[in-house]
Ligand binder design. Structure first.
Ligand code: CMX
Length: 436
């Protein structure tokens, strides 16, 4: 069977000639509609501005990866022997090619990533020197940025590679990037929360198993299954979110995939984006310490209102694009119903789900009162003993590499140009519309 790189090499010419050139010839001068001044001040919500092939987000239905919903991916993508969650290896193949790989192709990808997993000694040293008080996301970003030292793309560019070949070293870097993340994440986790000793990668195991083992949970098959699901659903959420768009933007300057994804991680580390992963659990724990376990609905309601009245957001609720319950939330809820139905914190998450949307609607500001992906992930990780909340967004970052890397490869294959949208000053806008 073909390797992923061989299959991509087959797909790229037809995507350029029969798809992109055709779309531009047929529709290149068509408009999506007017751009409103409000959109410039309003975080560019709804402004069509990017091509992103791996996934598209529907406001009502949620994400589809290459046209496939999360339940469809769970049904169609290859599983580990005895497992029932999709292997992220298969999801990466799907993101890149639009095709569901065979079991054998996924096995080959697991082996390839395990073989590429080692990180340079100097990167280990950088991590070992970080004070444990430096947030795990900052450490993660430092290490990923430093991997640029061995970038195949950066080297090839210096040696004068032709534009047509850009995608090839980008692909090699993307594979290295994804492959090395478990070792980086494992080292950060062990340095900050453990004894600093990181076990070796097992060349025969799948990516999620190895990541779990590096974190110290390799013997817990349910946790490994959770990681397979977690990485699959956090991988990609179309192109406009902060981490995805940042990676694409930085990549458009022909910064290599390590520099580009390092930038993505800095965006993911913000509390309105990936850091909500940790914020939700911190918020739930604070609630428990204030109103006790098994609190009444009224006590929970009061706590939610007190959050809003203090001028804070309810973490894990709301979304810039989604207008319904996030299917990534639902997938995690189903995992919890299967594996940890009686967990007290899971029950609290369910209680919060029954209460928060009504309050956000009553408060009348949030356009979407429903939970997003981050409302559920922490309770699952905590259940299995991964209780260090400051680490959660690192796992989100490992997963987000899949989506960003896939698009970086396609951007270089399609010759995507430097991104450079137009900006205006308020003064310029006032002058422009003075008499209109
Ligand atoms: N709690 C309280 N207020 C909220 C809210 C929430 N969960 N969600 C939105 N609002 C408020 C906004 O802060 C905004 O208030 P102001 O007008 O005072 O500025 C108002 O409602 C309108 O916001 P919106 O148009 O509905 O939402 P945005 O597109 O501006 O922001 C998001 C989207 C996700 C940043 C916001 O819903 C939020 O802050 N949620 C909590 C943090 C969170 O869970 N982030 C994770 C998102 C998923 C991810 O990227 O990982």
């Amino acid at each position: 069977p073909l390797t992923l790189k061989e299959r991509l090499a087959e797909l790229i010419p037809s995507q350029i000639d029969q798809v992109v050139k055709q779309i531009r010839a047929d529709h290149g001068k068509k408009s999506f509609g007017p751009v409103l001044v409000d959109q410039l001040y309003g975080g560019m919500r709804g402004l069509p501005a990017l091509i992103w092939d791996g996934s598209v987000l529907d406001a009502e239905e949620g994400i589809r990866f290459r046209g496939k919903s999360i339940p469809e991916c769970q049904a169609l993508l290859p599983k580990a022997p005895g497992g029932s969650e999709p292997l992220p290896e298969g999801l990466f193949w799907l993101l890149l090619t639009g095709e569901v790989p065979t079991q054998e192709q996924v096995r080959a990808l697991s082996r390839d990533w395990a073989a590429r997993a080692a990180i340079p000694e100097f990167v280990e040293e950088i991590l070992d020197r970080c004070p444990p008080t430096l947030h795990p996301m900052s450490q993660f970003s430092l290490a990923v940025t430093a991997l640029n030292h061995d970038s195949a793309f950066a080297r090839a560019y210096q040696e004068g590679i032709s534009k047509k070949e850009y995608w090839q070293p980008t692909f090699d870097d993307a594979m290295d990037l994804i492959a090395k993340l478990p070792n980086i994440a494992g080292r950060i986790y062990r340095n900050v929360f453990g004894d600093g000793k990181v076990p070796a990668i097992d060349l025969e195991k799948d990516y999620s198993h190895n990541l779990a083992a590096l974190l110290g949970f390799g013997d817990n098959e349910a946790f490994v299954e959770l990681l397979r699901l977690y990485i699959t659903i956090h991988s990609d959420h179309e192109g406009g979110n902060v981490s995805a768009h940042t990676g694409k933007l930085v990549g458009s300057a022909l910064s290599d995939p390590f520099l580009s994804f390092g930038a993505s991680l800095n965006g993911l580390a913000g509390p309105l984006h990936g850091l909500a992963n940790q914020e939700v659990l911190i918020w739930l724990r604070k609630m428990q310490s204030k109103i006790g376990e098994n609190a009444s609905d009224d006590a929970v309601k009061e706590y939610v209102w007190s959050t809003l009245k203090a001028g804070q957001v309810v973490p894990g609720y709301g979304h810039a694009v989604l207008r319904k319950t996030d299917p990534r939330y639902t997938a995690q809820r189903e995992f919890a119903l299967k594996h940890l139905p009686n967990d007290p914190l899971f029950k609290l998450v369910g209680q919060v789900y029954d209460i928060v949307p009504g309050i956000l609607l009553e408060a009348g500001k949030a356009k979407n009162p429903w939970p997003n992906v981050d409302a559920h992930s922490g309770v699952l990780l905590t259940h299995y003993g991964l209780t260090e909340m400051q680490f959660y967004t690192v796992l989100f970052g490992v997963s987000r590499a899949f989506g960003v890397a896939a698009q970086l490869i396609w951007d270089r294959a399609l010759g995507a140009p430097l991104e450079r949208p137009k900006s205006y000053s308020s003064d310029a806008i006032q002058r422009m519309f003075k008499d209109k």
